[in-house]
Design a protein around this ligand. Structure first.
Ligand code: RBF
Ligand SMILES: Nc1c(NC[C@H](O)[C@H](O)[C@H](O)CO)[nH]c(=O)[nH]c1=O
Length: 218
């Protein structure tokens, strides 16, 4: 489990195709944060929980399987790509963000970015199937970053990004048309379940998302 408070921006040091997926090497820059990292640990990479399978001086590797590649943007990473990193939460940590599971629900597309003084307003287009999971002032995870839904319109929502978050995460790399990983708040998923919307409908919606993205020209 994670909180969506990004502790480091790492750089992809290698992508190797393997049967059933990819081996990703990530070089971290915050050595203190990763000093006691061990094999078998969970790390959030752009919001997707991944298991460390190998590590060395300043780097670790994960195996990204097809299921993850189909639901996230990890498949488009290349040598040099910057990624948001967060280690799994410890029971004594402060919950600065919200409960983030590291299960990406879908990839979505940045519609537009507006500069508002020192902040940015980032608008994201999302597939209709996920509408029940987004509420104004609720929490949402974009590429692993815990953010608050500032504005909500049909099939579009906006987050207000403060200068600190802009500087400390890869959110400063986004442009109109960029693809991002979304994880919706777990609370909404339980409510949807209570209302008779089984979790499997979310998985189906992720597949719809792929078609929807193609229809939008991405
Ligand atoms: C504890 C945990 C460890 C995971 N480890 C991996 C992994 O090593 N490789 C992978 O491709 N997906 C892994 N996943 C699944 C991955 O996060 C998921 O497919 C995407 O977030 C899409 O929902 C893991 C998920 C959890 C909860
Ligand atoms: N909730 C919002 C945040 N939260 C803080 C970020 O998650 C944090 O700065 C980042 O993970 C780096 O550690 N930041 C915003 O800009 N806007 C929000 O709505």
């Amino acid at each position: 489990m994670f909180t969506g408070i990004i502790k480091d921006v790492g750089r992809v040091g290698g992508v190797t195709r393997r049967q059933g997926g990819l081996r990703l090497r990530v070089q971290f820059s915050n050595a203190a944060e990763f000093a006691d990292l061990s094999v078998d640990e969970s790390v959030s990479i752009n919001g997707a929980c991944q298991t460390v399978v190998a590590l060395g001086e300043g780097w670790f590797e994960v195996d990204t399987v097809e299921e993850t590649l189909s639901k996230t943007t990890l498949g488009s990473l290349h040598h040099g790509s910057l990624v948001n990193l967060e280690r799994a939460v410890r029971p004594q940590d402060r919950l600065g963000g919200h409960f983030v599971l590291g299960h990406v629900d879908c990839a979505a597309v940045v519609e537009k970015i507006r500069e508002l003084g020192s902040s940015r307003e980032i608008w994201i287009a999302f597939p209709d199937a996920f509408s029940p999971f987004i509420v104004s002032a609720g929490s949402i995870t974009i590429d692993g970053i815990s953010l608050t839904v500032a504005k909500l319109e049909p099939l579009l929502f906006a987050v207000a990004v403060i200068p600190y978050t802009f500087a400390q995460t890869t959110i400063n790399e986004l442009k109109s048309g960029s693809r991002v990983n979304l994880e919706f708040d777990i609370l909404g998923k339980y409510v949807a379940r209570q209302l008779g919307r089984p979790p499997s409908s979310v998985a189906v919606a992720s597949k719809i998302d792929e078609g929807w993205l193609r229809e939008q020209g991405f």
